[in-house]
Design a binder for this molecule. Sequence first.
Ligand SMILES: [Zn+2]
Length: 175
Amino acid sequence: MPETSSNLRKYRDLYNIHKKSCKLRKPDRHGHKIEMKLTFEQWLQIWMDSGKLEQRGRGKGGYCMARHDDLGDYEVGNVSIKSIVENSREAKLGRGGVKGRVSPTKGKTWSASSNTLRAEAAKNVTKTPCPHCSALHTQAHLARYHGDRCKLAPRLVANLESALSPGADRSGDDS
Ligand SMILES: [Zn+2]
């Protein structure tokens, strides 16, 4: 059955969308910028040969054009039509069967002696008192939440007071 011209127009639109989406995609895991090197005719032929053209799309029952091993360009010889479920399962397997990054401490345990060492190290961290609230903090915590940023710092207290009294004169020097 020959493709009707309205179907052809629809497929050409789909092809153009696919081609455009390649430009927006991140490079593959080898840092290669993914390109659509198939012509519309080649693209359509691959879909027609698969017999899945009408099931092209997202979701569980859908089919997509996948690159072999998720690498390289969309070009003849490097693509096949796969079910979306199958393709995402393969993508996961390529990363060891999991999504995202695996914590380097996953599944590891610590010995009693290393626990003691870490506990001692934590005790020996030097703590500095905040000049405003005088609580003891590590350098990192002090820099981020205390010192000039402390809730009790005069500048913040002054700002807070003027915010709480709407009639207050804001032109005064509050340094
Ligand atoms: Zn403080």
